[in-house]
Design a protein around this ligand. Structure first.
Ligand code: PT1
Length: 288
């Protein structure tokens, strides 16, 4: 049951080839580009729009807008603050660019409001577990990305990652979330799965999940992979966050080779180039 298009509101997203999702962080404390769009702690929407425009020109098919930092140890943000950050950006991006605008949020209120402003995909690192989020998401009819996280939340998730078999545990969790979504009325062909790299995982857990990503793909849902600039890349290469491009490209290519449908990245142009090379080599053989 590998399905090839997602119905993202007014837009359709072709995922018969791997596509790139560009990260648009509107948080003052993002792990990799923290505060880039902030001047004296005020959000500069024109800077965000210029960055997004460059990502679209480089070949991003999705822009993922997030107002809550979810990196390890990040502090929570209030719902109203999150709304103030993401809603104007979603509205503008949806009007200006012919790509799918994704919202990286766990809050029912934010999801509901963003759906009315042209959001095309719901990306929730908490798999629609917060009050009201599942029903609001179902009501939109939009695709949802369900992600695995262990350990309660970004503040505590890296304290003691523990699995019997990390791949099987992640599969089991995600399959339970698929059932939950089905009961709420979300169509099976509008569900994406994500192993949640860096969310309650040791380096070995992350590397095992990437090495065996094909097992997650085998569940039959499109898989989203987010490894860009993460500490798993830093731990292997010994490089700080601003020098993780090459390592991140390696993880993106590996994920694509193992069947990932969407690569969530900061460096869109470089990732698109790398995927084009992979595709040129593979030619017609993506169907695995
Ligand atoms: C992700 C993801 C996300 N990651 C989806 N959404 C982040 N669907 C935000 C580190 O170890 O993988 N999938 N939204 C960013 N979160 C992290 C986590 C950032 C870990 C950095 C690390 O460095």
């Amino acid at each position: 049951m590998v399905l090839k298009t997602l119905r993202c509101g007014r837009r359709e997203l072709d995922i018969s080839r791997p596509v790139v999702m560009g990260v648009v962080n509107v948080t003052p404390d993002s792990f990799s580009d923290g505060g880039r769009y902030f001047r004296q702690s005020r959000l500069c929407i024109d800077v965000v729009l210029r960055q997004a425009e460059a990502m679209v020109a480089s070949g991003a098919k999705i822009l993922d807008v997030g107002g809550e930092s979810t990196r390890p140890g990040a502090t929570p943000v209030s719902v109203s603050e999150e709304m103030d950050r993401v809603l104007p950006v979603i509205e503008q991006l949806a009007q200006l660019f012919d790509v799918v605008i994704s919202l990286d949020s766990s809050q029912a209120e934010v999801i509901d409001a963003a759906a009315k402003l042209g959001m095309g995909l719901i990306n929730d690192v908490r798999s629609l577990s917060l009050p009201g989020a599942l029903d609001v998401a179902a009501k939109t009819g939009l695709p949802v990305c369900l992600m695995h996280m262990q350990g309660g939340g970004p503040a505590t998730m890296q304290l003691n990652p523990d699995y019997a078999d990390v791949v099987e545990d992640v599969q089991d969790f995600l399959q339970q979330q698929v059932v939950r979504c089905g009961v709420a009325g979300i169509a099976a062909d509008q569900i994406l799965l994500d192993p949640g790299f860096g969310f309650g995982k040791s380096l070995r857990h992350n590397l095992t999940l990437l090495n065996r990503l094909d097992q997650l793909v085998a569940l039959g849902y499109p898989v989203l992979s987010g490894t860009s600039r993460k500490s798993m890349v830093g731990q292997v290469t010994g490089k700080p966050v601003d020098q993780r491009l090459a390592g991140s490209l390696a993880t993106a290519l590996l994920a694509a080779q193992k069947g990932a449908a969407i690569l969530r990245v900061h460096d869109v142009a470089e990732t698109v180039d790398a995927l084009n090379v992979l595709e040129a080599v593979y030619q017609e053989t993506w169907e695995i």
